[in-house]
Design a protein around this ligand. Structure first.
Ligand SMILES: Nc1ncnc2c1ncn2[C@@H]1O[C@H](COP(=O)(O)OP(=O)(O)OP(=O)(O)O)[C@@H](O)[C@H]1O
Ligand SMILES: O=P(O)(O)OC[C@H]1O[C@H](OP(=O)(O)OP(=O)(O)O)[C@H](O)[C@@H]1O
Ligand SMILES: [Mg+2]
Length: 285
């Protein structure tokens, strides 16, 4: 089978979780730490370790078929590259920020100002859309320092927890876009490689659905079953099994990770006992 070429960030914020995702997909990679290229031993996949910022060009040129990349980089320079799926990690936003002392009331306040950024296209497009003209200073890192050293009046950069802005006496004033890691696909991918990509995507989806869900098992007296089942959605409907003790049953179901504490409280109130919550490795709907 033809090998699918996938780009993964060589080092940085996306690297570890990208490899963990492939591992959870059951893909084993023959790895030397400083290798630029590696092969999976049990799946037709070749991994290219590249810089996140360089990956769009490799996708456009068809050097790689697909990539795990920050969505914000695709928005900046990924024209023509499609997104096959969102991966749920490296969540952040690209925002405009100004010094805390700047009396900011609206985007109009940035007219004629100097803005430092590593994302010139994203910044310019946003300003253009709002009818604002500003002078851009393109820098590759430590953008948040620019206002403090007199290089710019404002910045446009990645914000996650906000602690870098806070440490540099800046405040976020406009969110331009939200981003997370995505699976991006080259416009030049071949039909044969698309077949492998579809298999990979199926595995990724099963892993992500599993990560988002919890398997819940509980015991309940039979006269409480109807009330409990109303609380539990399940994949199709909850599983119901009789316990050895007469008049009792075991109920199994799948609950969303983000809501399961609330669901557990409701279940207890409805008469559930001995509740177990287990992780799900893969979930295929
Ligand atoms: N603080 C953060 N919190 C969450 N996600 C982030 C954060 N900073 C960056 N990201 C996301 O992770 C991606 C990679 O960031 P990182 O700083 O590791 O590399 P980079 O500077 O974009 O790239 P390169 O690999 O080219 O050096 C970004 O494009 C963004 O999508
Ligand atoms: O809101 P926060 O949680 O503080 O995160 C935001 C910071 O994270 C990123 O930098 P990173 O740590 O990746 O350093 P880099 O500039 O070397 O890429 C980004 O460029 C911001 O500076
Ligand atoms: Mg960074």
């Amino acid at each position: 089978m033809k090998k699918l070429k996938i780009a993964v960030q060589k080092s940085g914020r996306l690297h570890d979780e990208s490899l963990a995702l492939l591992k959870d997909c059951g893909i084993y990679i023959d790895n030397g730490r400083d290798q630029l290229k590696a092969s999976a031993t049990n799946f037709p996949l070749e991994i290219y370790y590249l810089r996140n910022g360089d990956i769009p060009q490799y996708l456009k040129d068809g050097v790689v078929d697909c990539a795990i990349i920050g969505e914000n980089i695709l928005i900046e320079k990924g024209e023509g590259i499609s997104i096959a799926g969102r991966l749920g990690f490296s969540k952040c936003r690209v925002s405009l920020a100004v010094p805390k002392t700047f009396k900011y009331t609206s985007i109009e306040d940035l007219n004629g100002k100097r803005i430092a950024t590593s994302y010139p296209e994203t910044t310019l497009n946003y300003l253009k859309e709002k009818g604002i003209e500003a002078e851009l200073h393109i820098i590759n890192g430590s953008v948040e320092i620019a206002p403090n050293i007199g290089l710019a009046d404002a910045i446009c950069d990645i914000v996650s927890s906000g602690s870098t802005l806070f440490k540099n006496n800046l405040k976020e004033v406009e969110v331009i876009l939200k981003s997370e890691a995505v699976l991006a696909v080259s416009p030049n991918i071949s039909e044969k490689s698309t077949e492998v990509l579809n298999k990979l995507q199926f595995r990724i989806k099963s892993v992500l659905q599993g990560r988002d869900s919890r398997y819940v098992l509980l015991n309940a007296p039979n006269d409480k079953i109807d009330d409990i089942i109303k609380i539990l959605p399940g994949m199709k409907s909850p599983t119901l099994l009789p316990l050895a003790e007469e008049g009792w049953s075991s109920i199994h179901s799948v609950v969303n990770r983000d809501t399961f504490w609330e669901v557990i409280e409701e279940l207890k109130e409805a008469g559930a006992e001995g509740i177990l919550v287990c992780p799900i490795e893969k979930m295929i709907l």
